[in-house]
Ligand binder design. Structure first.
Ligand SMILES: [Fe+2]
Length: 294
């Protein structure tokens, strides 16, 4: 059992992961001991939520940057004057086949060094719909059979942004004014990177399943056809309802998630309403796999 917090009140929102945190004003420069409790709450809950915040873009950046350097996200136009802020938006007149972030994914797993986490701040929230779900990828791994764990421990997977951001990719709009977001393809979309299928979290030492249906293409050394059945099983297994939480947004809520041991999905169920969020993306390390035992 973890130590109680001295500066925070945490309220879990589901059995698998996710907790709301009360008693913190993120617009202020937090004392180190409060910040360290927030970091611990993130490691224990995987995604944490702070409601009722009033943050300028700079305050959002300042809080996020305490976890690490902020990344400029490729393919998507940043907020004017704030290259570290990714505006995640859908207008009320937009009807989309595929929403930005609309399939289960871990942010930017197509990068050599994917982000540690992201901080998403709600600015305009529809009256209903637009929830976000997260899934606990430690639990996805822990609940597999021992033999399958051993097999996955020794595998790598190939990731790329091609299906989302390649030419004709699912979320590319090339600046079409009918879309609030400006998402363009470029050469980086076809680059492939290799990550372990099971990664060891650098802070907690726990193993997490690290494949996702948005950016994982195949197991390294296997064809797509050979990989597909097992990958599909893992995607469905990881998204079992009891491994997830679902957050109902409110204006001024901030969600901070650990991208190394979770996946998330944006719900596309609010046609006719505006939704505007600001995301910062915190740099992370190259994923480390399970050391081979001798
Ligand atoms: Fe995302």
């Amino acid at each position: 059992m973890s130590n109680p917090y001295r500066h925070l009140q945490t309220r879990p929102i589901a059995g698998a992961l996710g907790a709301e945190i009360d008693g913190v004003d993120l617009s202020r420069e937090l004392p180190a001991e409060v910040f360290e409790e927030i970091r611990r709450a993130l490691h224990e809950n995987l995604v944490i939520f702070f409601r009722g915040q009033r943050l300028t873009p700079q305050q959002h950046i300042d809080f996020s940057a305490r976890f690490g350097e902020l990344l400029e996200v490729p393919f998507v136009r940043a907020l004017d004057g704030y290259p570290a802020i990714l505006p995640v938006m859908k207008g009320k007149a937009e009807t989309k086949r595929r929403l930005f972030g609309g399939l289960w994914h871990s942010d930017m797993s197509y990068a050599q060094e994917p982000p540690l986490g992201s901080a998403l701040y709600g600015r305009v929230i529809p009256p209903y719909g637009g929830d976000t779900m997260w899934a606990n990828m430690y639990r996805a791994y822990d609940t597999l059979s021992d033999r399958l764990k051993q097999m996955l421990d020794g595998l790598n997977a190939v990731h790329s942004a091609v299906r989302s951001y390649g030419s004709g990719g699912a979320v590319v709009n090339n600046g079409d004014p009918a879309h609030k977001m400006d998402v363009r393809t470029d050469d980086r979309a076809v680059q492939e990177v290799i990550h372990p299928v099971v990664r060891v979290h650098p802070a907690t030492g726990r193993k997490a399943l690290y494949v996702n249906s948005t950016y994982t293409l195949r197991f390294d050394g296997m064809t797509q056809e050979e990989s597909e059945p097992l990958l599909q099983f893992l995607y469905e297994h990881a998204a079992r309802p009891e491994f997830t939480c679902r957050f109902r947004w409110s204006e001024g809520a901030l969600a901070l998630w650990d991208n190394r041991c979770t996946q998330h999905l944006a719900m596309n169920d609010y046609d006719g309403f505006d939704r505007e969020m600001h995301r910062t993306t915190i740099s992370g390390d190259r994923p480390v796999g399970v050391a081979l035992r001798v």
